[in-house]
Ligand binder design. Structure first.
Ligand SMILES: Nc1ncnc2c1ncn2[C@@H]1O[C@H](COP(=O)(O)OP(=O)(O)OP(=O)(O)O)[C@@H](O)[C@H]1O
Ligand SMILES: O=C(O)c1ccc[n+]([C@@H]2O[C@H](COP(=O)([O-])O)[C@@H](O)[C@H]2O)c1
Length: 222
């Protein structure tokens, strides 16, 4: 934990994901947290090969393009493609080590949905994460937060209720946050498109346009 380190600069938020494709369920909570937590920016960090799931349907360049369309006109949201450049499995701990080396003592807030948080104890070197970043957990509709004993105990020792606490140290705290509940998932979007149905308004219009233009996820090409 780095609770005693002097910190410099406003916190930076990191929302890691497969983003296959990015959707409003990522973007609206991301911008709410960026504003509420006073983050200098919220970086969307697409993974290359996800460690804990099947490979994405769209390739890395396609998912990156969709993300770049998604953040047009949203100055608080930034795309950070380091995991795509690094290649291989996208272990969060490796990404956070890189960022910590670049950003010194600045608070880092790794944001994840409650579904991802439930699996935290299976992540690669998960106990190192607290030495590198705070964790901010957004409640995801349809995913009750029933933690196993080990994760519940670990969480209780680190949880804070006041978002301002994250600004006072570089890493090591856990904050749960309510964001606008949007029951949207990338898998549902992929399923809709594969069935020849519309996923419009679940994603930004520019993202939908790119999916259609590039024929992603089985979108019919005329
Ligand atoms: N609707 C949502 N509300 C809150 N958090 C979300 C939502 N959708 C995704 N997240 C969170 O965003 C991060 C990246 O999610 P990811 O890219 O895997 O999207 P997904 O919709 O969960 O994809 P899939 O359906 O393919 O599993 C994860 O931490 C996930 O919990
Ligand atoms: O580092 C790990 O072992 C690890 C295991 C599972 C998920 N993650 C990260 O958690 C984030 C959300 O994952 P996902 O599968 O919901 O897109 C994303 O940044 C993943 O790289 C990381």
């Amino acid at each position: 934990m780095r609770r005693d380190t002097a910190v410099h600069g406003a916190p930076i938020g990191l929302l890691g994901g497969t983003f296959d494709p990015v959707h409003h369920g990522h973007l609206r909570p991301a911008i709410e947290l960026q504003e509420r937590l006073g983050l200098a920016e919220m970086r969307l960090v697409p993974g290359h090969v996800p460690p804990h799931r099947r490979p994405p349907r769209a390739d890395s360049e396609q998912r990156l393009r969709l993300l770049q369309y998604a953040v047009v006109g949203a100055p608080g949201l930034v795309v950070d493609a380091r995991e795509l450049r690094r290649g291989g499995y996208s272990y969060t701990v490796a990404t956070l080590y890189e960022l910590r080396a670049e950003l010194g003592s600045r608070p880092l807030c790794f944001v994840l949905g409650s579904d991802a948080f439930l699996g935290l104890a299976s992540w690669y070197r998960w106990r190192d994460l607290e030495t590198l970043a705070h964790l901010v957990v957004m409640r995801r509709p349809g995913h009750a937060l029933r933690l196993g004993d080990e994760l519940a105990e670990w969480t209780a020792a680190r949880q804070v209720l006041d978002p301002a606490a994250l600004r006072g140290c570089s890493s090591g705290l856990i904050l749960f946050q309510e964001t606008t509940p949007l029951d949207i998932s990338a898998s549902r979007i992929r399923r809709l498109i594969a069935q020849g149905r519309s996923a419009r308004y679940l994603v930004p219009d520019l993202v939908w346009g790119c999916i259609a233009k590039e024929g992603l996820y089985g979108y019919p090409q005329i």
